[in-house]
Design a protein around this ligand. Structure first.
Ligand code: MOS
Length: 733
């Protein structure tokens, strides 16, 4: 029975389109009251006084929480999970839009009206806003990748090899501040019952939220329950437990009522991180035949001032492992400005980093007068040159081949401005994609009921990707039941622990946990059958037993599970199991790959750029659901088109505030911006990365898209644009 991989509809699809899937802000919590944030209007300085007199007396106002009266949190070492400063713990202001007070009232409108009457006096300092002007102040990250590896790496002698190279390319590429902009606003409802805290919140990590709040409030994790059954997108912004979650819990304790805090779109720009601006200096040196002899990638990313923890955009990581080049150097530096703490956003590191590397490779191909695909194949890494290990699996060569064939790449005329459709300039560009295969320990529990129905649960999250559905598919196949008999539960910290839904690791982590739990359950059932002499299963080897449509089967003997359970006087049988990485990361370099091909049409007079065709071919290992997989791939490529042509958060150089903090002026792709996208999943029957051979595909399909589009724009126009997003004025003749 092949259920894994089938293109089944989402189990939660009907609930979502009929409005019956309840998101955090929609939970019916009796007696709930409403909170509204007050944010700083300066970028640097100190709060001298917060005048709440006018606001306090307004109708419905229950409390106004400021740094003067806010409950003190435990002092913890700042980390990405713990951003305590903006939770009203002190009066320092280090960015425009920092959370500095919270008004709690009976209704949302009352809270909003009162928040507008809160007056703040500041002592203002001169803010530092322009990252580019501060490059001289760049510093070495203290905890790059959580301190798990140094920020710099080098092999061979990249600088001397570059100097001696026959063909050289050197350029700087930049990517702007971008915001995640999930459709669902960040929202939290917090309720105290004595010393127990329940939090309904939009999160990519229920057990992370539990752990963070337990540290900040000095509570036992078991006294905190996080509930998050549906998440309307996160893209990284809901991976950490940002101050508004903590503030809702503080406020609920202060007023002795459940408190709801839903961020407005504008507040989502200043309270939950963002992708930092990057400046990347690339150097590529090659022989005349295209063999790379030197690669240098120096990355600078924007950081915040203040003591909020540290985030580095790891732009150089793919440059270490993608190509077989003997002389290689990568560095990461931070540049602090008066902005909030940045964070990971879809394909952090890889998305901006591969824009730079794959644009540079295209520029090198032009200098070499070489086909861009041929240049990549010339430098194809058969093993990981950085880790000096074999790949767990890699069918990237086949991605290039199948992607190129589907796109019709062989018909490309190489010179820029040489392809037209009527008066439109046509450009074809390509780029490589890669993203690490991640996996962390995850647990799942499966219950098989006497009536044949199955409940599979795990404390993971479905952030819109299809986790509900793939969990059911894995359980159904392993237990030999139709998928319609399986119910999934997730998004609750009381369920067996699972990792953050980030780093593209949910499918790889949780599906293997479900598989392990199903196998444990199967073994239990087989053990019961073998222990019972009545049915002739006692002498049968476990390997000869299987589960089929609610019965244990060996040859032509069938023992219905219902009967087995009835004999034991129980309605169900249950098993829980954990699945965790073994030593595969020690033995192998584990990555997913892809090849991205873009066609653009550029109006030669108006400079308008449209992506008219897109083909992505991917090495993602095994697919659990062909339909949700395709949705992931289309979604990622769409996000990449936005990165290439539209997305940028504009910073006011005077105030450091964001001037386009709304979906009218922060441009994201709409249907009219996105052509029919062809996705290809290249077969890769691997089981080396993890038992089910799932490589993950949450972030991979975005990587390389911006470069493929930029390379296509160059091919169409002859204009090389190295700063994203590419705008009309960049390509106007
Ligand atoms: Mo993703 S940016 O790892 O949530």
């Amino acid at each position: 029975m092949a259920i894994i991989g089938e293109p089944l509809d989402r189990k939660d699809g009907r609930l979502k389109v009929t409005g019956r899937a309840h998101y955090a802000a929609e939970m019916a919590v009796p007696g709930v009251v409403h909170a509204e944030l007050v944010e700083s209007t300066i970028s640097a300085g100190t709060i001298l006084a917060i005048d709440t007199d006018a606001a306090k007396g307004m109708p419905g106002v229950l409390a106004i929480m400021t740094p003067d009266n806010a409950p003190r949190l435990k002092q913890v070492k700042p980390a990405m999970q713990l951003v305590p400063g903006p939770a009203l713990q002190d009066k320092a202001v280090s960015y425009n839009g920092q959370n500095i007070a919270l008004v709690i009232a009976e209704t949302l409108e009352q809270a909003q009206a009162a928040a507008a009457k809160v007056r703040v006096r500041y002592q203002q300092d001169e803010p530092i806003i322009d990252m580019d002007a501060e490059l001289g102040q760049a510093y070495v990250p203290k905890e790059f990748r959580g301190g798990r590896r140094p920020p710099d790496s080098q092999r061979g002698t990249p600088d001397t090899a570059f100097d001696a190279a026959q063909v050289k390319h050197e350029a700087t590429y930049t990517t702007p501040v971008e915001h995640h902009n999930p459709m669902e606003p960040h929202a939290t409802i917090a309720r105290w019952d004595g010393d127990r805290l329940t939090v309904w919140t939009a999160t990519q990590y229920v057990s992370g939220a539990q752990e963070t709040l337990s540290k900040l409030f000095g509570m036992k994790p078991d006294n905190i329950r996080i509930i998050s059954p549906y998440v309307g997108g996160g893209f990284g912004s809901k991976g950490n437990t940002w101050p508004p979650v903590t503030l809702a819990a503080m406020a609920a304790r202060m007023v002795g009522r459940p408190v709801k805090l839903v961020l407005e779109r504008k507040q989502m720009y200043t309270s939950n991180g963002y992708r930092p601006r990057t400046i990347q200096k690339l150097k590529l040196g090659a022989e005349n035949d295209g063999t790379l002899v030197a690669l240098r990638h120096d990355g600078f990313s924007q950081m915040s001032m203040g003591n909020f923890g540290e985030y580095s955009e790891p732009v150089g990581l793919p440059s270490e492992m993608l190509y077989a080049v003997a002389n290689n150097a990568v560095t990461h530096r931070l540049v602090a400005v008066n902005q909030g703490l940045p964070t990971y956003m879809r394909a952090p590191g890889e998305a901006p980093g591969m824009f730079a590397l794959e644009s540079a490779m295209d520029e090198l191909a032009v200098k070499l007068d070489m086909d861009p695909v041929a240049l990549r194949l010339k430098n194809y890494a058969e093993t990981d040159p950085h880790e000096d290990k074999p790949f767990s699996s890699k069918v990237l060569r086949e991605c290039y081949r199948q992607g190129a064939e589907a796109f019709g790449w062989q018909n490309r005329s190489a010179p820029p401005r040489s392809m037209r459709d009527g008066r439109m300039l046509v450009g074809w560009g390509m780029a490589t994609s890669t993203y690490p295969v991640n996996r962390m320990a995850a647990s799942a529990r499966i219950r098989l009921n006497a009536d044949g129905t199955v409940l599979v649960s795990s404390g993971t999250q479905d952030i819109g990707t299809g986790t509900y559905t793939i969990m059911a598919q894995v359980a159904a196949q392993a237990l030999g039941v139709p998928v319609g008999m399986v119910t999934t539960r997730l998004g609750d910290s009381t369920l067996p622990k699972a990792p953050v839904s980030g780093g593209s690791m949910t499918a790889a982590s949780v599906s293997n946990a479900v598989q392990a739990a199903a196998e444990a359950l199967r073994d239990k059932l087989f053990g019961l059958a073998q222990a019972d002499a009545r049915d002739g299963f006692s002498g049968v080897q476990t390997a000869s037993l299987r589960l089929d449509r609610g019965a244990i089967v060996a040859g032509d003997r069938r023992l219905p599970v219902a009967e087995l359970l009835a004999r034991g006087n129980t309605d169900f049988i249950e098993a829980e199991a954990e699945s965790k990485p073994g030593d595969e990361k020690k033995k192998y370099s584990m990555h997913a790959f892809g090849a991205q091909f873009a066609e653009v049409r550029v109006d030669p007079d108006l400079g308008e750029i449209r992506v008219s065709r897109f083909v992505g071919a991917f090495d993602v290992g095994h697919v659990l659901n062909a339909k949700t997989a395709r949705s992931q791939l289309i979604g990622g490529i769409t996000y990449g088109i936005g990165m290439a042509l539209l997305e940028k958060t504009h910073v006011d150089p005077q105030t450091g505030g964001y001037v386009n903090a709304n979906l009218a002026e922060y441009l994201v792709p709409v249907n009219a911006d996105v052509p029919a996208i062809q996705t290809i999943i290249v077969p890769n029957d691997e089981h080396t990365s993890n038992p089910l051979g799932v490589k993950g595909m949450g972030e991979l399909p975005m990587v390389g898209v911006a470069a493929a589009v930029a390379n296509a724009v160059f091919h169409a126009t002859g204009k090389r644009v190295r700063n994203l997003p590419i705008r009309i004025e960049d390509v106007m003749a």
